[in-house]
Each structure stands twice: as structure tokens, then as C-alpha cells.
Design a protein around this ligand. Structure first.
Ligand code: ARG
Length: 567
């Protein structure tokens, strides 16, 4: 794709600039406006070295290079830039050669070959519902996981569920004593919450309960078989509900390693901190203080009662991920409210002398803002992940009934389109910003929505079906109408787009691109007849339709959005 084009241009620039091919490749950019050509080379650095005004140098170079490179249609100076316009046949050559290679998925590269990336995402808290914050963590995390894979990394997506802490002692005790009074078959988390609330109500009247709960937790920590069985039941029951969301969203974790997994790895963390003389007493607890200039509250390692906490488990997890799972990069997809927590964790790791802490990143995201009354909040104030999806499914079902009532597999399609709607609606936003949530807009087929991208792909697939023959792997014609050219050029950006999206951990870069691709496809489609043209024109345009569909499908897949065949 564009990488190949850059290589060719760079080759012809080495002599004139005295730069290496690699240096040139990394400074080649896409011009700000399409009319300025396909690739731009900034001459500012070179001009500085040669003590020559950039526009003058650009002009000299343009004159020197004119007609030299057989793939270049024209090279022009524009301010401090050299702008290259490639010949249409070269452009399409790069695209179709890349897409014909069936060994690599479109747009994938080997940047992270041999590297291991761990993406910690979703990570709900057991016995609590999956709220909308976890929905974001799930959706953004899954897409970043997929994008890492597209860079050639070995990726481990981990669900770091909150399955440890004194509350599980209380819950286990409550379950042991009152469990039979509740129904755990349908909405188990509901019953778990009721149990927990009851425990607290009763504890107000009978202070003994606190002690009993703490005892139960101690037993759990020591591996008491009966309590552990109850705890496992609680975890599994919670997963019944998480899995509903995961299956609707197509979420896939490679591993579920919750906080409990690090229970026996905490002493080691404490020992390491002691050995580095980082651990200090403060008000009966053990903490790590940061240098005063950093103005950061101390990181709590062990509470006064000896219990370990969230931070300690995260330290243990980071060390495990690096030392045992051999992670080269660890990404934490977690909301903005945990910014301080991760700052502390990464800083403690750094103070422990772990250089690799610089490869730990908090991939932070903002919050959803709901217009009053728009979303039903079934259980009090929290907005649940599953409710958002179910509501979207209802709306899409209705749309299908209105627009395409004879559609086959309506229910499957409704689920695919609804998932596409809510996921795209999230990922189209720069993750660090808050999102004004508007379900009407999310499911609308007209706007900048997931369903619109899915629909563009459905249209491509329908053209391919109507064509009815095998798509030719080669054709003799040059695709040179302005719309064909622009579409090809847009398709060629795909690889660069997913690379950028991953480097910035920003799936919105890809989502925005897919919208642009749909726009360019639609211009092409309206101005260039495909079926029924002369055989050669038809065949070449069919190839372009297929290329568009391939890249839309892969782009959506990287966002974890399905591509229905019809809708
Ligand atoms: N369970 C936590 C929460 O819901 C998120 C965990 C994120 N991952 C981590 N390694 N701390 O707030």
C-alpha cells in the first residue's frame, strides 16, 4: 500500500537529498489536501543545513527530479514541500498487489513482530453489574487488542476482574446463611446485590456480622474449601451476566486473571519493596512515599489490618505480566477516575528500578453523558451496559420492520447492527473526551454511524453478488476517473491509519477513516457505472468494489464490529 509507494519515492530522492531511504520514508507525509498530490516531502531540515530558503530548495529539487521517476506523474514545489502525484497505474498497482497477498490481512504490518502486548480491559467487579464505564473499557479495549494484533504482536487480552477483597467474605457468609432464599438462575447479580445489602442492614443491628464476614474472608484467603466453593459460585454467577454483554459485543479475552490470582504474589511485592527500602509505616499502614516535588499522595500497600489492597495487586500483576508472561508492553484500558492510581503504580515500579515501567500505559477514557430521561435506568442511577445494547437492538428491530420487513435472519442482523451502532458510536470519539450519548444518532443509517459503514459494505457485497462471476485477479485497464483515483488513494491509507490508531491507542483514528472511505466510495458509486459497462471497465471497477469491501470488513473487524451480508 502507501508504504510501498513511499519506498519507491524515497529511492529516487536519496541522491538529490543525501538522505537515507529510511530517513526519507519516515518524513514522507500525506499532503493536507488531496489536490496537492499523494505524498509530500518537507524540505525544511535540509534547507536549514544547506542555508537555503525552503521554497527555493523545494523548487530546485522539483526541477532536478522532474521526469526521473517512472511512477511519478508530477512533482511540484509548494512552499517548503515537494509534492508528488503518482501515475494512476502505479497507484492502483500498489493497492492491488498488496491486496492480492493473501498471507497477510489487508493493512496489517510486522511492526511488533516478536513482541508481546498485554491489554487489560473490561475488568468488571464481581457481584456488581457491568455499568457503562465497563462498557467503554470493553469496547475500547477490545479494539486496541485487535489493533495490536494487526501490528504483528502476540497479544494477550486480560480480564482483570475485581474478584477479591473483604466484601467476598461478607457475601460468602451471607450466601451460606441466607442463600436458599434467593433465586440465582435469572439475574444472579441482582440476588447477589440483595444479599450484600441485607448483610449490611443486619450488621447494623448485629455487629457480630462484621467479624463473621472478616473471618469468612480470612478462610477464603487460606483456601478453605467450602468458602472457596461459594466464592467460585459468586464469580461464575456474575459471569453469566457479563457473558451476555460479551456475546452481544463479540468480546474475546485471551485470559481471565482476576485480582484473586495475585493473592499469593503479594508477599513477594512487599519483600521487594522492603529490599529497595521503599516501604514505610504511616498511621499503622505500610505505604510508599513519593518525592515531595511530585506532590502525589503515598501509595497504600498494606492496610493497618494487614490486608492488601487494589494497588498492591496491581503491582503484583504488573510484575507477573512482565516477568512471567513476558509482556513488552502493558496497556490498561481504564476510566479517567483511576488516573492517580495508575500514576502511582507506574511510579512505584519505576522506583523499584523496573525500566520496563515506561512501557506500561494507562489508556484512559472519559465518561458518557446522558440526556435526562433518554436511557431507561432499570436499577436506580447506574446505566447498565446490557440495557444500552438491548435498547439499541429494539430500535434496530423497529427500523428493519419499517424499512426491510422481508429481510431474512432479522434477529441476527438486528443484533449485528445494534452492536455496530453502539460500538461505533463510542469509538468514533477521541477516547479521552466525554461522550454525549445519543442512541437515536448511533443507530441512524444516515449519519456518521456504525450502521452507515455496515450498510456501505452491504452495498459493496450486493454489487459483487449481482456481478455473479469470480472477481478477476488482474485487469488491463487504468482506473483513472477522479473518483476512482481518490477511492484508490483512500484505500491505500488503510495500513498507515491502523498503525497510527495503534500508536496513539486511539481507535477513533480508524473509525473516522472508515467514514471517509464510505464517503469516497459513495462518490465513486454515484459517478461511475459499474455493472453493465464494457467488460474491461466493469471488471476493473468490480475489483475496486471488492477492495473497498475487503478494507471496510477488516476495518470494522478491528473495531470489533460485524459486517452483515444484508441489512
Ligand atoms: N475492576 C476495576 C474497576 O472496575 C478495573 C480494573 C482495571 N485493571 C487494573 N489492572 N486495575 O474499577
Amino acid at each position: 500500500m502507501i508504504r510501498r509507494a513511499k519506498k519507491e519515492i524515497a529511492r529516487s530522492l536519496t541522491e538529490a537529498t543525501g538522505r537515507t531511504e529510511q530517513e526519507i520514508i519516515s518524513s514522507l507525509e500525506t499532503p493536507k489536501t488531496y489536490e496537492h498530490g499523494h505524498l509530500a516531502f518537507p524540505v525544511f531540515m535540509l534547507a536549514k543545513e544547506r542555508r537555503c530558503p525552503p521554497p527555493q530548495l523545494a523548487q530546485e529539487l522539483a526541477a532536478q527530479l522532474a521526469g526521473k521517476n517512472p511512477i511519478v506523474a508530477k512533482v511540484e514545489a509548494a512552499g517548503g514541500f515537494l509534492n508528488f502525484t503518482l501515475k494512476p497505474e502505479a497507484l492502483q498497482g500498489f493497492l492491488f498487489t498488496a491486496l492480492r497477498n493473501t498471507e497477510v490481512k489487508p493493512g496489517h504490518n510486522r511492526d511488533l513482530d516478536g513482541k508481546t502486548v498485554i491489554v487489560d480491559f473490561s475488568s468488571p467487579n464481581v457481584a456488581k453489574p457491568m455499568h457503562i464505564g465497563h462498557f467503554r473499557a470493553t469496547v475500547i479495549g477490545q479494539s486496541i487488542r485487535n489493533l495490536a494484533e494487526a501490528q504483528g504482536a502476540r497479544v494477550i487480552g486480560v480480564n482483570h476482574i475485581g474478584d477479591w477483597g473483604t466484601q467476598f467474605g461478607k457475601l460468602a457468609w451471607a450466601y451460606q446463611n441466607w442463600g436458599t432464599e434467593y433465586d440465582f438462575s435469572k439475574e444472579p447479580i441482582d440476588s447477589l446485590i440483595k444479599l450484600y445489602v441485607r448483610f449490611h442492614d443486619e450488621a447494623e443491628k448485629n455487629p457480630d456480622l462484621e467479624r463473621l464476614g472478616a473471618e469468612a474472608f480470612l478462610k477464603l484467603e487460606q483456601g478453605d474449601a467450602e468458602i472457596e466453593k461459594i466464592w467460585k459460585f459468586i464469580v461464575e454467577a456474575s459471569f453469566q451476566e457479563y457473558d451476555k454483554v460479551y456475546s452481544l459485543l463479540g468480546t474475546h479475552h485471551d485470559l481471565v486473571l482476576g485480582e484473586s490470582f495475585y493473592n499469593d504474589k503479594m508477599d513477594d511485592v512487599v519483600e521487594r519493596l522492603k529490599a529497595k527500602q521503599l516501604l514505610q509505616q504511616s498511621e499503622g499502614a505500610q505505604v510508599v512515599f513519593f518525592p515531595e516535588t511530585e506532590k502525589m499522595p503515598p501509595c497504600l500497600i498494606r492496610k493497618s489490618d494487614g490486608a492488601s489492597i487494589y494497588a498492591t495487586r496491581d503491582l503484583a500483576a504488573a510484575i507477573y505480566r512482565h516477568e512471567v508472561q513476558k509482556a513488552d508492553q502493558i496497556l490498561y484500558v481504564v476510566g479517567v477516575d483511576q488516573t492517580l492510581h495508575f500514576k502511582q503504580i507506574f511510579r512505584v515500579l519505576e522506583m523499584m528500578g523496573y525500566e520496563w515501567s515506561k512501557d506500561c500505559h494507562h489508556v484512559v477514557f472519559g465518561q458518557y453523558r446522558f440526556k435526562d430521561g433518554k436511557m431507561s435506568t432499570r436499577k436506580g442511577k447506574v446505566i447498565l451496559a446490557e440495557d444500552v445494547i438491548y435498547q439499541a437492538i429494539d430500535m434496530v428491530r423497529q427500523m428493519i420492520e419499517e424499512k426491510n420487513p422481508s429481510l431474512e435472519n432479522k434477529e441476527t442482523v438486528a443484533k449485528q447492527v445494534a452492536a455496530g451502532a453502539v460500538v461505533f458510536n463510542d469509538l468514533i470519539n477521541d477516547r479521552v473526551k466525554n461522550v454525549d450519548f445519543d442512541l437515536d444518532r448511533a443507530v441512524s443509517m444516515e449519519g456518521d454511524s456504525g450502521p452507515y459503514v455496515q450498510y456501505t459494505n452491504v452495498r459493496c457485497k450486493s454489487i459483487l453478488r449481482k456481478y455473479g462471476k469470480d472477481v478477476p485477479s488482474d485487469f488491463q485497464r487504468v482506473l483513472d476517473t477522479p473518483e476512482e483515483q481518490r477511492l484508490i488513494f483512500t484505500l491505500m491509507q488503510f495500513e498507515h491509519v491502523i498503525q497510527t490508531a495503534y500508536r496513539q491507542f486511539k481507535p477513533n483514528v480508524l473509525a473516522q477513516y472508515l467514514l471517509e472511505l464510505c464517503t469516497q466510495f459513495s462518490h465513486f458509486y454515484h459517478k461511475n457505472r459499474i455493472l453493465g459497462e464494457a467488460a474491461d471497465v466493469e471488471a476493473s471497477r468490480i475489483c475496486l468494489v471488492q477492495a473497498t469491501s475487503q478494507i471496510l470488513t477488516e476495518g470494522l473487524r478491528l473495531l470489533n464490529i460485524p459486517s452483515p451480508e444484508v441489512m
